[in-house]
Write a protein that binds this ligand. Structure first.
Ligand code: F6P
Length: 322
């Protein structure tokens, strides 16, 4: 292998830059040329491809976002788009691709590998932590720390006004962020998509006399919760509980930005470097991950097909501690 290329795709995640840096510098260490694809799959389709050297990844390890930009490509979902991308790979003499992203990225990569025979290695980068085959994804640790920071601030105002706050965190399909943020943020209730939310139970709980003696509360809601978003839930509770006047705070994209934590820098560095080594070993159509502190490979099919389970004992812990 003489030449590889790296790109980021899907939602950006803090630590992606550390992974890009590790890909570039590991490739150069093994005397492999390395290119960067700008804008994810869209950049691959349009030939937005740049040469990279050691200096092009200098001073980025501490930066959030992704220096290579990212996209959620509609065109790559089409066979024509993928064929165009395949032609670009050949035109630029790229023999291996490192794809940094989440389940959407690997769904595309899996089809692309099968259709074109092009070699692809995945690096899990998403704040959602919802990929099978790795204990943690790049960006999750920073995102939960950002959210906890925000909740600490919300607690000050909640305490001052004796208010209940519903704080909505990211996670369309998964409650990993909500669960860990809820426990770390001292939430009284945590609502996640994996567990049916019974609004009646919530209403009963917050109607209790004993509960009313508490000055304030935080309820953490994953954006993909089955009972709706934080605004919907707050509305239903307000209508059912006399005198209940909660406030809602949607943390949104703040959770995706900011400088990566030490953990995400380390994870990005290990996984980015590991991906290059595995490509050189001839591996393809797989994702690198870290399970119990060991670098492991999981096929794209498994990484996207199997679902990583939230640790339900944490839900129990949250209710004990509430
Ligand atoms: O997958 C990461 C994520 O931040 C999800 O938690 C969230 O639901 C989604 O991306 C938002 O995507 P976008 O930035 O495209 O609106």
């Amino acid at each position: 292998m003489q030449n590889i290329a790296v790109f980021t795709s899907g939602g950006d995640a803090p630590g992606m830059n550390a992974a890009i840096r590790a890909v570039v510098r590991t490739a150069l260490h093994y005397n492999i040329g390395v290119k960067g694809i700008v804008n994810g799959y869209d950049g691959l389709i349009n030939g937005d491809i740049i040469d990279m050297d050691s200096r092009s990844v200098a001073n980025i390890i501490q930066r959030g976002g992704t220096i290579l930009k990212t996209s959620r490509s509609e065109e790559f979902r089409t066979a024509e788009g993928r064929a165009k991308a395949g032609r670009m790979v050949k035109e630029h003499n790229i023999e291996g691709l490192v794809a940094i992203g989440g389940d959407g990225t690997f769904t595309g990569a899996e089809i692309f590998c099968r259709e074109t025979g092009i070699t692809v290695m995945g690096v899990p980068g998403t704040i959602d932590n919802d990929l099978y085959g790795t204990d943690y994804t790049i960006g999750f640790d920073t995102a939960i720390n950002t959210a906890i920071d925000a909740i600490d601030k919300i607690r000050d105002t909640a305490d001052s006004h004796n208010r209940v706050f519903l704080v909505e965190v990211m996670g369309r399909h998964a409650g990993f962020i909500a669960l860990e943020v809820g426990i770390g943020g001292g939430a009284e209730a945590i609502l996640i998509p994996e567990e049916e939310t019974k609004i009646e139970d919530l209403i009963n709980f917050f109607s209790k006399e004993k509960r009313k003696q508490k000055s304030f509360s935080i309820i953490v809601v994953a954006e993909g919760d089955d009972a709706g978003g934080a605004f919907d839930i707050a509305k239903k509770m307000k209508a059912a509980i006399p005198g209940f006047d909660p406030r809602v705070s949607v943390l949104g994209h703040i959770q995706r930005g900011g400088k990566p934590s030490a953990y995400d820098r380390l994870l990005g560095s290990r996984l980015g470097s590991g991906a290059v080594v595995e490509l050189l070993e001839g591996e393809t159509n797989k994702m690198v991950g870290i399970v119990s502190n060991e670098l492991v490979l999981t096929s794209f099919a498994e990484a996207i097909g199997k679902s990583k389970q939230v640790d339900r004992s944490l839900l129990k812990l949250a209710s004990i501690l509430a």
